[in-house]
Design a protein around this ligand. Structure first.
Ligand code: SF4
Ligand code: SF4
Length: 370
């Protein structure tokens, strides 16, 4: 379906939430909380971070309120879409012991819920499609992810205010959203240029008091996106670093970065594409029932590299190398591209400000593949 383009006045923005809710969707949108922009359920546009701006640097994220009247004049927050679809903790099954001592197992039902995610950025949409490859398109389909994915309506927002940590232009994933959404908004003075890409998006648009987009409004939207791309200064040594990285397993930089890295795993928690998980059983004290959960894991955690009697990655050097080489080399073998969409979260939310673009430059500097 080709996209259709109109204009939605900001005074009528509430109609977008009302329309989605009347179509049966729970609206999940960015809200300001505890000094950051996070996703939560909303019913009103005054719950969104209107007027907010965000400054992000290596190891630093600062939210400033009340600077203007726009809703989306900030770059991404700490959460991507990942927690909405691949939950940090998910019960998979439980076991109950009968009085005769027999065990009965029951799986946790995967329920489809209609959720409209509002404010999805290009990097996070690219990450969503990468997670689809992992959870839906490999040998085993994840039923919980599939249920969440089936009920998802995507209201994308074109990124016009990148943070200094963003490099989606370098990774090839942004800042322009051009696939995978139902409706996309570009915020300009007075409202939004609204693009519709799906039949569901068309149903929503039929609800809205739209006007034809003028030439000046279309020009303003295009210019805002071009400016956003030009503002990004972080670069990658290339988009296909697989062979380069596999040839640098003994590079001295791994030990140097390990002197700073705390092995805390923040980078993997905020990364929209990381999908590692562990599984734990939680038994009731009387031994009558136990529940089995899947929880996010991290290649920086001590247990992640543990196999019977041996930890393959005992040292922080080995864990950082595992993370970076999997993300920028192993992913090419698994999914046909790098696992990095340039969101910059791992840079801003690393407590010691380790910058993945700097590390790649130090290890692969000079590599050019485009
Ligand atoms: S590696 Fe860092 S910049 Fe790349 S997608 Fe993950 S969090 Fe974002
Ligand atoms: S790179 Fe930064 S965020 Fe990642 S584990 Fe090391 S200290 Fe933590």
């Amino acid at each position: 379906m080709s996209s259709t383009i109109s204009f939605l006045d900001s005074e009528n923005f509430q109609a977008l939430l009302d329309g989605l809710q009347s179509m049966g969707y729970r609206c999940v949108a960015p809200v300001p909380r505890d000094g950051a922009v996070v996703y939560d359920t909303v019913t009103r546009t005054d719950q969104l971070p209107r007027g907010a701006s965000v400054v992000q640097e290596p190891g630093s994220y600062r939210l400033h309120q009340g600077q203007h009247d726009r809703y989306f004049a900030w770059a991404n927050g700490p959460q991507a879409l990942k927690p909405q679809l691949f939950k940090p903790r998910q019960q998979l099954w439980s076991a109950t012991r009968s009085v005769e001592g027999e065990l009965e197992f029951s799986g946790t039902e995967a329920r489809v819920e209609s959720v409209a995610l509002i404010g999805v950025r290009a990097c996070d949409l690219a990450a969503l499609y990468l997670q689809d490859k992992h959870f839906l398109q490999s040998t085993f389909v994840d039923v919980h992810y599939r249920a969440a994915r089936e009920g998802l309506f995507v209201v994308a927002v074109q990124c016009t205010h990148p943070a200094s940590t963003c490099f989606c232009a370098a990774s090839g994933d942004g800042p322009r959203v051009d696939y995978g959404y139902d409706v996309a908004l570009t915020e300009i003075d007075g409202g939004f240029v609204l693009e519709v890409l799906s039949t569901r998006g068309r149903s929503l648009a039929d609800w809205l008091p739209l006007q034809p987009a003028s030439k000046a409004q279309l020009h303003a939207a295009t210019e805002a996106l071009d400016d956003a791309e030009a503002q990004q200064t972080r670069r990658l040594p290339g988009r296909k670093l697989r062979d380069e990285l596999y040839g640098k397993l003994d590079h001295p930089r791994w030990s140097q970065v390990a002197e700073r890295c705390l092995s805390c795993g923040n980078c993997t928690a905020v990364c929209p594409t990381c999908f590692c998980h562990g599984e734990v059983d939680v038994a009731e004290l009387d031994g009558g029932r136990s529940a089995h959960f899947r929880e996010w894991d991290s290649c920086f955690a001590g247990r992640h590299g543990y196999i019977h009697g041996l930890n393959l990655r005992d040292q922080t050097r080995d864990r950082y190398r595992q993370w970076l080489i999997h993300k920028f080399a192993g992913w090419h073998d698994q999914f046909g591209r790098s696992g990095c969409v340039g969101c910059g979260r791992c840079i801003a939310w690393c407590p010691v400000g380790i910058d993945v673009t700097e590390e790649l430059d130090a290890i692969c500097g000079g590599a050019v593949d485009e």
